[in-house]
Design a protein around this ligand. Structure first.
Ligand code: BGP
Length: 489
């Protein structure tokens, strides 16, 4: 058998994309709560008020900055997909029962920071918010499903963005540490697996969404990221004190990258792009800034504001495992004419050997095997694929069924690649939680129609729908995969 006996099969979600109840039981607003749908394949829109009172609306692609001093807020007449999402808040028992029916060994969810500390800097946590997650964890544990918790998944309390400029302000580290220690203490006997930030490397190109950072100049982003590193390193240490059994990981967006040609200049570009992709994991797994980044900062004239003792914090707070998302691979080339606008982000270079999803994400199972091997070689830490999957438009038949063979095909090929990485290459893989195991709001676009789930949720892009849950064909398929521990795909 390729996968270990205790392999963590499950599914992944994020609070802002599936909980709803955005202001219920004392929850505050988070950055995600002020993002409307986008109008482009990878965009969201934000409406804000300028210091002189004028209201503005801006499409953020790829998540640029907004004017300094702008106050992010919700505006009447706008549709905000996170506000109701799929209302897991009121349906968690039914949803967890379906996960259990599929045989989930684990379930990845995030705690919504603004549910626990509505303004981020509150003196005491919101008991109602804490109770909600107690109930969810108890329900999961009732079925023997291990919770896997992302501590911060685009849910920075909005007040931290508006009053502090988000992670750019060093004081936010203390608020985050306080938040983490609160949930660590509260759930220490219920949760073992944690991740400090979702896709921490996304901060580089969506600072507002990911960290409430309204400035996007290179120095501000570098400083904000530095603060997140410190926050993560601090809570790895405090978490281990609270419960030495805790496994506290990092989480990075990962893909394989290829050079379009064997032109040595393309290879050089590939090396540089590999460095950028590994920067975040280099710091969080090794506890020091890599030379290539220090040189880059030097060139750009960036000097990080540091305090005494920071280096020690980073060194002593390296993570226990690497969680990563893998959806597709990418291509680099010095030949700019190869760039097309039909990609995941604004423009990309297509790999002629691969097919793309409806959203232009190229499908590359072998790239996952390469990714697993690269991460293993570079860090020699346990690996956890905490997101993978294919966003697609599902067709509901007259009898309510959804024949999502494309989704099965995508996941089956990726599981086979994982299997080879484990069986043939000896990669240390802990688990697999496909993204959006139940349909939810897309992070990139705010859409509902971009679906990933085994469970269909009846809701449209305009926010209408009875939210009824039903099983797609992939539901029984994944159940069989889990019960055979990945042997029967
Ligand atoms: C990752 C995020 C998730 C998720 C996923 C799919 O970047 O961690 O939150 O949504 O991508 O992206 P999308 O929702 O844009 O299809």
């Amino acid at each position: 058998m390729a996968f270990r006996k205790d392999f963590l099969w499950g599914g992944a979600t994020a609070a802002n994309q599936f909980e709803g109840a955005y202001l219920e039981d004392g929850k505050g607003l988070s950055t995600a709560d002020v993002m409307t749908n986008g109008s482009h394949k990878s965009s969201r829109r934000i409406t804000y008020t300028m210091p002189d009172g004028t209201k503005k609306s801006q499409t953020v692609l790829p998540f640029q900055s907004i004017p300094e001093g702008a106050i992010l807020e919700c505006h009447e007449g706008e549709y905000y997909p996170s506000h109701q999402a799929i209302d897991f808040y009121h349906n968690y028992k039914e949803d967890i029962a379906l996960f259990a029916e599929m045989g989930f060994k684990c379930f990845r969810l995030s705690i919504n920071w603004a549910r626990i500390f509505p303004n981020g800097d509150d003196a005491v946590p919101n008991e109602k918010g804490l109770e909600f997650y107690d109930n969810v964890f108890d329900e999961l544990l009732k079925y023997g499903i291990e919770p896997v918790v992302t501590i911060s998944h685009y849910e920075t309390p909005l007040a931290l963005a508006n009053n502090y400029g988000g992670w750019l302000d060093r004081r936010v580290i203390d608020f985050y540490v306080n938040y983490c220690n609160t949930i660590f203490n509260r759930y220490k006997n219920k949760v073992k697996y944690w991740m400090t930030f979702n896709e921490i490397n996304i901060m580089d190109f969506m600072p507002v969404f990911a960290g409430g950072v309204t400035k996007s100049d290179a120095k501000s982003k570098a400083q904000a990221v530095y603060h997140q590193f410190l926050g993560s390193a601090k809570v790895v240490q405090s978490g281990h004190k609270i419960n030495p059994e805790f496994k506290i990981g990092m989480m990075t967006a990962y893909g394989s990258t290829y050079a379009l040609s064997c032109n040595t200049e393309d290879e050089l570009l590939l090396m540089k792009s590999d460095q950028q992709r590994h920067f975040f994991s280099d710091v969080q797994c090794r506890g020091v800034y890599p030379q290539y980044k220090l040189k880059e900062y030097e060139r750009l004239g960036i000097k990080l504001d540091k305090q005494e003792g920071d280096d020690e914090i980073l060194k002593n707070g390296t993570v226990d495992y690497i969680g990563f998302s893998y959806y597709s691979s990418s291509v680099v080339s010095t030949d700019e004419s190869k760039r097309v606008t039909d990609g995941n982000m604004s423009t990309s270079i297509l790999n002629p050997y691969l097919k793309s999803t409806d959203w232009g994400w190229q499908i590359d199972p072998t790239g996952l095997r390469l990714a697993l091997n690269r991460l293993q070689e570079r860090y020699n830490l346990p690996l956890f694929i905490v997101e993978n999957g294919m966003g697609a438009i599902d067709k509901v038949e007259a009898d309510g069924s959804v024949h999502d063979d494309y989704r099965i095909e995508y996941l089956a090929r990726h599981i086979e690649a994982m299997k080879k990485a484990v069986e043939e290459d000896g990669v240390n893989l802990m688990g697999f939680t496909p993204w959006g195991c139940i349909d939810l709001v897309s992070a990139g676009t705010g859409e509902m129609r971009k679906r990933y789930g085994f469970i269909y949720v009846d809701k449209n892009d305009d926010g209408n729908g009875p939210l009824t849950r039903s099983k797609k064909d992939s539901f029984d398929w994944y159940k069989k995969v889990i019960s055979s521990n990945g042997e029967d795909v």
